[in-house]
Ligand binder design. Structure first.
Ligand code: PXP
Length: 240
C-alpha cells in the first residue's frame, strides 16, 4: 500500500509571515491524521523560516502518526533533531537563500558528513532516509552509508515542461527504483513538486511506497480545506 506523508511546512510559513501563533501546524497535523495521512513531514531549517523546534515537539507529543523531520547534515541540526527523537528523518541539502530544496543531497562529495549524521540519528533509534537524485551511483553510496530509505528527488520530473521531458524523468526514476528494489533492502520514497496533476503520471512506479507532498496540498487547502485536500491526494495516489 502506498503511503502519503503530508508536509506541513507551509502552514508554518503562513504563521511566520505575520509572526503570530496561527495557523497552527499541530492543528493541521490533527486534521491530517483524521483525513488518513500516513505520516507528517516537517523541515527544520537552519534559518527557522517556517517550522520551529516547538512545532516538532508538540506534534511528536500529540500525534500518533510517524513524524518525519527533514534536516541538513549540519552537526548543530543533527544534534537538535536527535534530541527531539522523531520516528524518521530525511537528510536534505540546504542553501540559506534557496526558495525550496534544490536537488538531491550530494552524498558523494559530503560522504563523511552524511555518514556522521546517519550514525548519530540511528544511534537514537531514528529511521534515516536520504533525499537523493535517482542515480545508480548515488543509490549505491546511500547503501554503503547505512541509510534505511532513500527519497528520490522528483523536482526535475515535476518541473518538466513537455511530455518528452516528463517521460525522460519518469524513466530515470523507474530505472533507479527497479535497480534499488532488485539489489537492496531500502525503502523507496519520492517527493518534491508533486501536485494534483503530475502525480498521476508517477504513481504507477510500484517500488515507490511513500510520497512526501507539501506545497500543493497546503495550496489546495486554501480553497477546499486541508481535510479534503488530503483525501483528494490520497485518492489520486490510490492510498486506500
Ligand atoms: N521531500 C523533501 C525532501 C523536501 O525537501 C520537500 C520540500 O520540503 C518535499 C518532499 C515536499 O515538496 P513539496 O512541498 O514541493 O511537495
Amino acid at each position: 500500500m502506498v503511503r502519503l506523508g503530508v508536509n506541513l511546512d507551509h502552514v508554518a510559513t503562513l504563521r511566520e509571515a505575520r509572526k503570530v501563533n496561527y495557523p497552527s501546524p499541530l492543528k493541521a497535523a490533527f486534521i491530517a491524521e483524521e483525513a488518513g495521512a500516513d505520516g507528517i513531514t516537517m523541515h527544520l531549517r537552519q534559518d527557522r523560516r517556517h517550522i520551529q523546534e516547538n512545532d516538532i515537539a508538540d506534534v511528536i507529543k500529540h500525534i500518533s502518526l510517524p513524524i518525519n523531520i527533514e534536516l541538513a547534515i549540519v552537526p548543530e541540526m543533527v544534534n537538535i533533531v536527535s534530541e527531539l527523537k522523531p520516528h524518521h528523518c530525511c537528510l536534505v541539502p540546504e542553501r540559506v537563500s534557496e526558495i525550496t530544496t534544490e536537488g538531491g543531497l550530494n552524498i558523494i562529495e559530503f560522504e563523511n558528513e552524511t555518514g556522521a549524521a546517519i550514525e548519530r540519528l540511528k544511534s537514537k533509534g531514528i529511521f534515516v532516509s536520504l533525499f537523493i537524485e535517482p542515480e545508480l551511483e548515488i543509490i549505491e553510496k546511500a547503501v554503503k552509508l547505512g541509510a534505511d530509505a532513500i527519497e528520490f528527488n522528483t523536482s526535475l520530473y515535476s518541473d518538466s515542461k513537455t511530455s518528452e521531458e516528463r517521460n525522460i524523468q519518469i524513466e530515470r526514476i523507474k530505472k533507479a527504483a527497479k535497480f534499488t528494489a532488485e539489489n537492496y533492502n531500502l525503502e523507496i520514497h519520492a517527493g518534491h513538486g508533486l501536485n494534483y496533476t503530475n502525480v498521476k503520471f508517477i504513481r504507477d512506479i510500484p517500488e515507490i511506497i511513500e510520497y512526501n507532498i507539501g506545497h500543493s496540498i497546503i495550496a489546495r487547502s486554501v480553497f477546499s480545506g486541508l481535510y479534503n485536500a488530503i483525501i483528494e491526494m490520497r485518492k489520486l495516489l490510490r492510498c486506500s
